[in-house]
Design a binder for this molecule. Structure first.
Ligand SMILES: [Zn+2]
Length: 464
């Protein structure tokens, strides 16, 4: 019996997990955390619908929490096998999971103090210790290097261009019909021509079955030159004596932003000593990126050969300590402050917002998606005040958003990735996307001449 069960994402964009069974042996592709409102996140606490100690191995596409975030819980419940990932994914997963463990413990302590909990007892979903135990299970593998996590099951990682180390996973194994079938799990697909990383890759042979993400299956990112837009915004803000606050996710988005700011500095449009990276996690992530030279695209290698490395420690000022961060409060000269979190829900950016939102000369530039209910969304929606640390803060600063910096392929890029496959798969499953984008992408693929894609629900099982 060889079969595939879709367990996570499936109509949402978090909690990615697919279970593969080959005659009594089990593999998972990803083991991600559900992220969103309380109802969605409650799913993280349910029991796994299988016995974790009986899972043989996990194949991890990339280090984002919605793909790796339940690994510590899986290990806490008895999983003892290897977690195969690419070499660049390992240090990023360490950064992400240790941070998540610390946040879980802090939230549990806070809940205990306040006598409030979403659960019977205020316990963390997992602890920093669980996270470290999960990290010991990571087994790095090179891109393109075939390996066998189970006898007769061959696996390769291909570059997906979405985040440093992010992979599509090709798996070849015999089905119940005795024939060898090749499945391709896209993972999250990045953008063509994005900074730093090489473009998403296609396999040499067509897969029989494809499991495809569809996050932006129903829309295209606005055509936008982010460098020009950033340059104009910074110049206008500096000219009136204001500073630019740039909330950015520590992983991926921050490094893209540094790349663009570095280009502005190369053009003589920005003084690099006026740029501050104020996030310890983003600083560590940038160091991991800087050391991953084999993953760089030609443009970045060119730039490094001919001038400044946008990821280097001496390119822009870095604030490691709280004192260094606080010192920015006393700075009068205009500055660009890049800090996490990307949706202004936590992290040092919140302190800078408290300090500068009331300044009509300042400008807050959002570069990523702002989810409903976040402070970032409230600011973008034109709130005249926002609550920060229990105080109402008046918003007098300019608030703006720059598109074109998403880490996910849009609808036309997903189609481009599909057209790059050497042949149409006999079966396609669209997971990791809400229903409207899944349906839109399914219709587009039928127009390409593909057989109608399936939209699996949680628990849908199909033969290998
Ligand atoms: Zn991702």
């Amino acid at each position: 019996m060889a079969r595939v069960t879709f367990e996570g994402a499936c109509g949402t964009v978090t909690g990615s997990r697919t279970r593969l069974e080959f005659g009594g042996r089990t593999l998972l592709v990803d083991c991600g955390m559900f992220q969103g409102d309380n109802e969605v996140e409650a799913r993280n606490w349910s029991d796994f619908p299988f016995e974790p100690s009986k899972v043989d191995a996990v194949l991890l596409t990339h280090a984002h929490l919605d793909h790796c975030g339940l690994l510590p819980r899986l290990v806490g419940r008895g999983f003892r096998g290897p977690v195969y990932c690419t070499r660049a994914t390992r240090p990023l997963a360490r950064l992400v999971l240790e941070d998540a463990g610390a946040i879980q413990e802090e939230e549990a302590r806070y809940a205990a103090r306040k006598g409030y909990s979403r659960h019977a007892e205020p316990k963390p979903l997992f602890t920093g210790r669980d996270a470290r135990q999960a990290l010991e299970r990571l087994e790095p593998v090179r891109f393109h290097e075939p390996f066998e996590p189970l006898p007769g099951v061959q696996v390769r990682f291909l570059r997906a261009g979405h985040l440093l180390g992010a992979a599509s996973i090709e798996i070849s194994a015999k089905g119940a019909d005795g024939q060898r079938h090749r499945w391709l799990f896209s993972g999250d697909i990045g953008r063509y021509g994005a900074p730093i990383l090489v473009d998403p890759e296609a396999p040499e042979e067509a897969p029989n079955a494809l499991v495809l993400e569809s996050t932006y299956g129903d829309r295209n990112h606005a055509e936008h030159d982010p460098v020009a837009a950033l340059g104009d915004t910074i110049e206008r803000t500096f000219a009136r004596g204001g500073s630019v606050l740039l909330p950015a996710f520590a992983l991926g988005r921050t490094q893209d932003v540094l790349y663009h700011l570095s280009e502005l500095a190369d053009q003589g449009r920005l003084d690099p000593t006026a740029v501050f990276l104020d996030s310890p996690m983003a600083i560590r992530a940038t160091e991991i990126y800087r050391q991953a030279r084999p993953e760089f695209d030609d443009e970045l290698l060119d730039r490094i050969a001919n001038g400044a490395n946008p990821l280097a420690a001496d390119r822009f000022s870095r604030c490691n300590t709280v004192d260094e961060s606080k010192a920015l409060n006393d700075r009068d000269a205009p500055a660009v402050i890049v800090a996490a979190s990307g949706m202004a829900t936590g992290g040092r950016i919140v302190h800078h917002l408290a300090r500068r939102l009331g300044d009509p000369r300042a400008c807050v530039v959002f570069v990523g998606y702002q989810a409903a209910g976040t402070r970032g969304r409230a600011l973008l929606d034109g709130a005249s005040t926002v609550s920060i640390h229990g105080r109402r803060v008046a918003v007098r600063a300019q608030i703006t958003q720059i598109g074109g910096l998403s880490a996910h392929a849009d609808s036309s890029e997903l189609e481009r990735w599909c057209r790059a496959l050497p042949g149409a798969p006999a079966r396609t499953f669209l997971n990791h996307g809400e229903d409207p984008p899944r349906k839109a992408l399914a219709a587009d693929l039928v127009e390409l001449g593909w057989s109608r894609p399936h939209l699996p629900q949680p628990g849908t099982t199909v033969p290998w």
